[in-house]
Design a protein around this ligand. Structure first.
Ligand SMILES: Nc1ncnc2c1ncn2[C@@H]1O[C@H](COP(=O)(O)OP(=O)(O)O)[C@@H](O)[C@H]1O
Ligand SMILES: N[C@@H](CC(=O)OP(=O)(O)O)C(=O)O
Length: 451
């Protein structure tokens, strides 16, 4: 049995849903189908999830909602009409959408989560309806009924292990298709909570593990995963196969095509993942597989950059002999609830790299003042234009001179690394650069290894 997930880009309009349905019905193994909310039909379009966020904000700010409800409903209506459903068939979808403000929510974060989740919840209902209308035995299965339990933040939830026991109890007839909404689960107290953005990939992986699937197929709008972001490199090479840990490093570091948290359930269940193109289903796409017996095709598998970082540089002589130095810094960060991403260090200095999403000007001032007062460094510098380039490849550890090749090529183009870090697994190398040099660095490294 296969679990298949279709992203919003594959379900944005009637014709694209038709493509997706053809793919589902062409293989009897494709029994569990996870759907996202309708995505963008063109570059200027707005994802249904973003429209739902606008709807939630209008409700929270007590603004008029008729127009936004109609705008959201028209996306489902357009798809439904394409398949010959009339407005009576679609009435339930409209009613659920309009009733959202009347439900009880513990606070505004839960309200936001519930509104967002309905992008996928209504789409799964609609797609089950379309399949039934075509005479296919299809069933909408809600995360509430399947027992997909989540905990943590309402808009950044984590799966609870109990979900796997619940999913094990779900009965699926051999000839039926299950249509399951991605992106959300239910908390132990019965509220909706969503995963972080792009989180339908996570639902797909949870179901693949929970239902013991042979394969998790993730359908998107490109021919698998490219060795570099197509917005930086035009027509980058597709990756034929890669390991779970390569993908985890690359998706964490910017390969937005597959959610980094979605790897974990797949790894736990040892389910291979196939990222494929809805518009070219015969293209083999990218296989993501366990490390055992893996033979890499290239020295590096992918290169990516992320620009949303800042760094705190601290210099103090004999830092390496001072017990508790790092602990005191971490305590200050912990008190201000600020996570850090990386902490490369030398004998007399240390750089702490932060994700800007967790910072604001006031917090930066507070932690710098506190660190200056508590640690008394010889030098404290805040660097706010920090980017990280990540080069990943199982093939890197077997080949000599890879780091030299990378650093020489950057040097030839006057790019001086601010930090170089190679993980113990030796399958990735991280290079800190100035933000404005990040895309150029990706291009240079890509062309060194993929020509
Ligand atoms: N390395 C990469 N390989 C493939 N696609 C990438 C990569 N980096 C960024 N992308 C972008 O990710 C997009 C697919 O992700 P997303 O829009 O989230 O898909 P979906 O809506 O199917 O979940 C592609 O259209 C592409 O522009
Ligand atoms: N619809 C949600 C979840 C998701 O996974 O979407 P997509 O498959 O379009 O990336 C979002 O926009 O975040």
């Amino acid at each position: 049995m296969k679990v298949v997930k279709f992203g919003g880009s594959s379900l944005a309009s009637g014709p694209s849903v038709e493509h997706a349905l053809r793919i589902i019905l062409s293989d009897s193994q494709r029994q569990v189908v996870v759907v996202s909310a309708p995505g963008k039909r063109n570059d200027k379009d707005i994802k249904v999830t973003d429209l739902l966020i606008k709807y939630a904000n209008s409700v929270l700010n007590k603004k008029e909602t008729t127009k936004i409800v109609q705008q959201i409903f028209s996306r489902y209506q357009e798809i439904g009409h394409y398949f010959g459903l009339n407005d009576d068939h679609l009435e339930q979808i409209k009613n659920i959408l309009m009733a959202l403000p009347e439900q009880d929510y513990p606070n505004s974060d839960y309200l936001m989560a519930a509104f967002k989740a309905h992008g996928e919840r209504l789409n799964a209902r609609l797609i089950a309806l379309i399949l039934q209308h075509k005479g296919v035995k299809a069933r909408f299965l809600d995360p509430v009924d399947a027992g997909l339990i989540v905990t943590g933040e309402p808009n950044d939830a984590l799966v609870n292990p109990e979900s796997y026991l619940n999913l094990d109890q779900v009965k699926i007839d051999p000839d039926e298709r299950i249509i399951f909404p991605g992106f959300f689960g239910i908390t132990p107290s019965g509220n909706i909570a969503t995963f972080s953005r792009g989180g339908s990939d996570i639902t797909g992986a949870i179901l693949a593990r929970g239902f013991h699937a042979d394969l998790y197929e993730n359908f998107t709008d490109v021919n698998g995963i490219f060795a570099a972001n197509p917005h930086i490199i035009s027509h980058p090479q597709s990756i034929r196969k890669m390991t779970y840990r390569e993908m985890r490093e690359l998706s964490y570091a910017g390969f937005s095509v597959f959610h980094d948290e979605a790897l974990i359930p797949a790894i736990q269940g040892q389910i291979p993942i196939n990222v494929k193109n809805t518009n070219e289903p015969d293209n083999p796409g990218t296989m993501i597989v366990p490390e055992k017996n893996f033979a890499p095709d290239n020295t590096i598998t992918g290169v990516t950059s992320q620009k949303h970082f800042s760094a705190l540089y601290l210099h103090k002589y004999l830092l390496n002999k001072e017990a508790g130095f790092t602990l005191r810094i971490l305590q200050i960060l912990y008190k201000h609830n600020i996570p850090y991403e990386h902490m490369p260090s030398g004998i007399d200095d240390i750089t702490i790299i932060f994700n800007n999403d967790f910072l604001n000007d006031q917090l930066i001032d507070q932690i710098c003042n506190k660190i200056q007062a508590t640690i008394n460094p010889d030098q404290l510098e805040w660097i706010d234009d920090y980017a990280i380039i990540m080069i990943v490849g199982e093939g890197m550890k077997k080949e000599h001179g890879v780091s030299r090749k990378i650093l020489d090529s950057l040097d030839d183009h006057d790019i001086t690394p601010r930090m170089i870090n190679q993980g113990a697994s030796q399958i990735s190398m991280m290079i800190g650069t100035k933000k404005e040099k990040a895309d150029q660095a990706v291009k240079i490294i890509y062309h060194q290894f993929f020509n």
